[in-house]
Design a protein around this ligand. Sequence first.
Ligand SMILES: [Zn+2]
Length: 126
Amino acid sequence: MSFKRMDGFMGSVPQGFIDRNVPRCPMCKSNNPHRAIDMKMQLKLEGNLYLFQCERCGCVLSAPVPDVTGDNNTILTTTGLLKKLGGKKNGVIYMKIQDSGTAQSDKSVEGKEYTLQELNQLAAED
Ligand SMILES: [Zn+2]
C-alpha cells in the first residue's frame, strides 16, 4: 500500500470526507490525525475502498468509494441498491476498522464496521 496525503484536486473528495466526518482518530484520539489515503481495488460488490491511515497511530479505516463520493445515497444506483439489500440504511455511511493501530490494544475492533456516528462516539471516549 502506498498511503499519501491527498491535498490536491484529485484527493479533495476523500480527504475532505475523512477530515469532515471523522475529525478525531477513534483509536488514538488524536485531534489532528492528518490522515493519508490509499485506494484498494477489489472485485467485490461493495466496490473499491478508500483507506484512511492515521499519521499518529497507524490505524486504518476504510469506506467504499461510492459512500465517500455520495453515490450510495439512493437505491437508484447499483451499489446503493446492493447496500439496501444488505440490510444497511442508505445515506448512512459505514466504515470498517482495517487495522487498530499502535494506540489501541483491543484488536477485536479490527474487521468491524461502524457508522460515522459510532466512530465519533469512540473518538469521544476519553
Ligand atoms: Zn490514530
